[in-house]
Design a protein around this ligand. Structure first.
Ligand code: GAR
Length: 321
C-alpha cells in the first residue's frame, strides 16, 4: 500500500463534510489522511470536532485582511502541516487566483448542485424555483473561474413535493457525505489505478501521428504506420510476467542504454521480461512523482524509431519551427 496522501480540509461552518472525510479516512485502507482542518471562522463548529479528533487546526478570521494576505496565511498553515492536497468543504471564501494556480490539480471542492448548473450561491432555491426534478452535488477541481473546474464525480438527488431549500440541502448533504470521501480517495489514488494510468497513456500515445491501438499478448499496445505494416512503439504492462509494476514499455537505442538506465535509476526503469532482450525498457508509472513530460518524450522517441520515413520527415520539419 502506497503512503497515504496528506490532505488539508478548509471549512467555514458546520463541517459535516469534513467529518465525513475524517471518518472515512479511518475506515479500511483509505488512501488519504486529514492532517489539518483550517477555517476563516474561529467559531466554526467543525473546528471543535477536528480538535476532539486530535487533528491539527488553524483559524484566522478574514475580516480586515486583503484576500491575498488571508489566503497566504491559510496556505502557510497548509504547508506547515505538510499537506499535499487542499480539500474545500463548505469553505465560503472566493480564493485569489495565485493561490488557486499554485495548487492546480491539487485542490478539490464540493458544490451543492449538478454542475455546470447553478454555480455560486443559493443552489437549492434556484433548482426548486426552476421546477427541476432533481438537484445534487458535484466534486470538482478548483480553477480560478468559480465552480468551473473539471467535474470529478456527481450524485443526483430527487426534488420532492413540498421541498424547501433547507429540506433539499439536508438530503443533498447526506449524498455529499457519501460522495466526497470516495471522490477524494479515488483522486489521490489515481496514480496507482491501472484504468486511469492506461487512459492517460492512451491519450498521449494516440496523439502521435498515424497511431492505433492493438492488443499484444494481453497488453494494450500502440503502433505507428497503418493497419498492415504498423509497428509497435509502446506497450502498457500491468504487472506483467511477475513484475510488481504498472509500466510503459518503450524502445531504447541499445542494450547499453537500457542497462545504464536501470542501473542509475532503478526506481524509474527496469528491464522487462522478454521485451528487455530486444532493448525495450520499462518505465514505472505507479510511483509518486511521475514526470509525464518525460513519458511524452519517451513515447515520441520510441515512435520515431519505428515510424516510416515519410512521417519522421514531417516531424523533423515541424520540429524545425
Ligand atoms: C455543503 O453542502 C457544501 O456543498 C456547500 O456548503 C455545505 C457545507 O456544509 N458548499 C458550497 O456551497 C460551496 N460553494 P458542511 O459545513 O456541513 O460540510
Amino acid at each position: 500500500m502506497a503512503e497515504k496522501a496528506r490532505i488539508a480540509v478548509l471549512i467555514s461552518g458546520a463541517g459535516t463534510n469534513m467529518a465525513a472525510l475524517v471518518y472515512a479516512s479511518r475506515v479500511g485502507d483509505c488512501p488519504y489522511e486529514v492532517v489539518l482542518v483550517a477555517s476563516n471562522d474561529p467559531a466554526a463548529a467543525g473546528l471543535a470536532l477536528a480538535e476532539a479528533e486530535g487533528i491539527a487546526t488553524f483559524a484566522l478570521p478574514h475580516k480586515g485582511m486583503t484576500r491575498e494576505a488571508h489566503d497566504a496565511a491559510m496556505e502557510a498553515a497548509v504547508l506547515e502541516a505538510g499537506a499535499q492536497y487542499i480539500v474545500l468543504a463548505g469553505y465560503m471564501r472566493i480564493l485569489s487566483d495565485g493561490f488557486v494556480e499554485r495548487w492546480d490539480g491539487r485542490m478539490l471542492n464540493i458544490h451543492p448542485s449538478l454542475l455546470p448548473l447553478y454555480k455560486g450561491l443559493d443552489t437549492h432555491a434556484r433548482a426548486i424555483a426552476a421546477g427541476d426534478s432533481q438537484g445534487g452535488t458535484s466534486v470538482h477541481l478548483v480553477t480560478p473561474e468559480l465552480d468551473a473546474g473539471e467535474v470529478l464525480a456527481q450524485v443526483r438527488v430527487p426534488i420532492v413535493a413540498g421541498d424547501t431549500p433547507d429540506s433539499l440541502a439536508e438530503r443533498v448533504k447526506l449524498a455529499e457525505h457519501q460522495l466526497y470521501p470516495r471522490a477524494v480517495a479515488d483522486y489521490v489514488a489515481r496514480g496507482q489505478n491501472p484504468v486511469w494510468l492506461l487512459d492517460r497513456l492512451r491519450a498521449l500515445a494516440l496523439a502521435l501521428p498515424e497511431t492505433d491501438e492493438r492488443e499484444s499478448h494481453g497488453s494494450p499496445g500502440f503502433r505507428v504506420g497503418g493497419d498492415k505494416t504498423g509497428k509497435f512503439f509502446a506497450y502498457f504492462a500491468d504487472q506483467h510476467h511477475g513484475t510488481p509494476h504498472i509500466a510503459l514499455l518503450v524502445r531504447t537505442g541499445s542494450m547499453d542504454e537500457l542497462l545504464n538506465l536501470v542501473e542509475s535509476q532503478p526506481e524509474v526503469y527496469f528491464k522487462p521480461a522478454y521485451y528487455g532482450a530486444s532493448g525495450w525498457v520499462g518505465i514505472i508509472l505507479d510511483r509518486p512523482g511521475v514526470d509525464w513530460d518525460e513519458v511524452v518524450e519517451w513515447l515520441q522517441r520510441s515512435w520515431r524509431s519505428v515510424a516510416p520515413k515519410r512521417l519522421t520527415r514531417l516531424m523533423d520539419v515541424a520540429d524545425a519551427f
